[in-house]
Design a protein around this ligand. Sequence first.
Ligand code: HEC
Length: 164
Amino acid sequence: MSASGFRCVAIAVCVAFGLAFWRAAADPAAVAQIKSRQDKLRDMGGALKAINDELKKRRIDWDNTVMPNAQTIKDRSGYLLNWFPRGSGPESGVKTYALPAIWQNDDDFVTLGKLAQVEAAKLNQVALSKDANALKAEVEAMGKACKACHDSYRSPDYTKENDN
Ligand code: HEC
């Protein structure tokens, strides 16, 4: 092989390695984006669980438990659809349970996100009304709205790797 031929091969190998490395190293912006959305979703999960646990008690603490947690869910769900920009799926190289289907069925994802917002607003209303039966029904409706999205757009690995 001539010297220039060798150089070509060497460059091609370097470029290939470089690309592989570049693909493997996740973009810091994507890491921050995904971690922050997971933290906020976890907060929402904790808030819904706190309300659900409160319902099992003999005396419901509306002011200190139900109301603030319902508020958290309502506030967060209002932003949920902003947390999934294109490129923040598994192709980012970051560990995420967000499925690529989110960006393939954008309309459906947005519909489910908006339905969850509607339930979150209702949950907040019910929390303010302090009606235990209404709260029970609404917590269930809220849980269904969260689950409807998870069933299609969150990897089932999440439930395998986590307790809830
Ligand atoms: C429109 C879709 C959608 C809705 C609505 C939705 N989620 Fe999720 N949720 C997701 C996706 C997608 C993920 C995976 C995110 C990731 O791993 O990057 C997720 C992840 C989570 C997680 C795991 C976070 C972690 O990594 O520890 C929890 C907890 C969670 N959601 C709770 C909720 C609750 C509670 C609601 C309703 C109040 C809700 N979600 C509504 C799509 C949704």
